[in-house]
Write a protein that binds this ligand. Structure first.
Ligand code: NAD
Length: 320
């Protein structure tokens, strides 16, 4: 009989921060039946209780999770702890503008988690996600990859969506990643984009779709500014990241390893260490299990190395 090296945990998730992002993640996880137990934790307990009840009351007709508002003692024995606590950016702000403020919040959250932490993967969502992934990895001091950040998973999803719309095909046949910083320094890896397994250059040439640097630059630009555009329109983004977290949570909790572009502390990949950035990674029950060392074009490497430098500068300037 074939046996897994992992035993299925109790499929418990704690979500710290029950604002728009945390509550949307709880809602998405509950509807997809990814977890058996979902606990929401926030400094504003009354609001959290309201969010939990609101989701919980719909579950008898869709979903089976036990979802409730709890406290940090509920971080005990979780398969996954998702951290969304912290401020979001306002119109005109970059994610890096939040670094010091959210690092302080994150440090207080981590000190409380540590009192009850027994096991499980820690997933950082709060921005600037790459900086905070690096800091939380340092503070938690777990094996590499057990703390990781959503990083460019959402940018990659936006990238695939934009390409699919351009070539007028279902997103399922497009494969592509954005790497580097979840922010202005993100790098679309055009050299590895495929449509139905065929390189996008070859596909567009064969089908007769216009394909040149102007088209690529427009897709890359639209992908990059999509978050800011949504913030201008509705002051926040939360549904997109919530659905991306479902994919990660399912890989971790239900042992369905996947590959996506997420942020973790690099250990010499592409010659880089001392920063957390996104590269295509195998994500499974113990978090980022492996980072894929694929070869990029010189321009893609240049963009990635620029992100590395930028992250190092911001990390050095963090107060705590
Ligand atoms: N990584 C991504 O792709 C992505 C996407 C969207 C948003 N975000 C980020 O997610 C974060 C949350 O965004 P939001 O829209 O949910 O904001 P929000 O203001 O709606 O929610 C933040 C929540 O954090 C709570 N909080 C603050 N300090 C806390 C503490 N010390 N302990 C526990 N809870 C605390 C607040 O009470 C609030 O409920 C932001 O940093 C935002 O930039 C990341």
């Amino acid at each position: 009989m074939k046996r897994s090296i992992y035993t299925l945990g109790n499929r418990k998730v704690a979500i710290i921060g029950a604002g728009y992002v945390g509550s949307s993640i709880a809602y998405a996880l509950a509807l997809r039946d990814v977890a058996r137990e979902i606990v929401l934790i926030d400094i504003n307990h009354e609001k959290t209780d309201g969010e939990a009840k609101d989701i919980r009351h719909g579950l008898p007709v869709m979903g089976t999770a036990d979802l409730y508002a709890g406290d940090y003692s509920d971080c005990n024995d979780c398969d996954l702890i998702v951290i969304t606590a912290g401020r979001g950016r306002k119109q005109g702000e970059s994610r890096l503008d939040l670094a010091n403020e959210n690092a302080r919040i994150m440090q207080s959250v981590v000190s409380k988690i540590k009192k009850y932490y027994t096991r499980g993967v820690i997933l950082i969502i709060t921005n600037p996600v790459d900086i905070l992934t690096y800091k939380v990895s340092e503070w938690m001091d777990l094996p590499n990859g057990m703390v990781f950040g959503s990083g460019c998973i959402l940018d990659s999803s936006r990238f695939v969506r934009t390409i699919a719309d351009y070539v007028m095909l279902n997103t399922g046949v497009i494969n592509g990643y954005v790497v580097g910083e979840h922010g202005d320094g993100q790098v679309p890896v055009w050299s590895h984009v495929t449509v139905g397994g065929v390189s996008i250059d070859e596909f567009c040439k064969d089908i007769g779709i216009e394909w040149n640097d102007d088209v690529k630059n427009k897709i890359a630009y639209d992908t990059k500014v999509m978050g800011a555009e949504i913030i201008r329109e509705k002051s926040r983004t939360h549904y997109g990241i919530a659905t991306c977290v479902c994919q990660l949570a399912d890989a971790i909790i239900n042992q369905r390893p996947t590959i996506c572009s997420v942020s973790s502390v690099l250990m010499g990949e592409h010659g880089c260490r001392g920063v957390a950035l996104s590269v295509p990674s195998v994500v499974g029950p113990v978090g980022v299990q492996q980072r894929i060392r694929e070869k990029w074009s010189p321009e893609e490497y240049r963009g990635f190395f620029d992100s590395v430098e930028k992250m190092r500068e911001v990390i050095e300037k963090i107060d705590n």
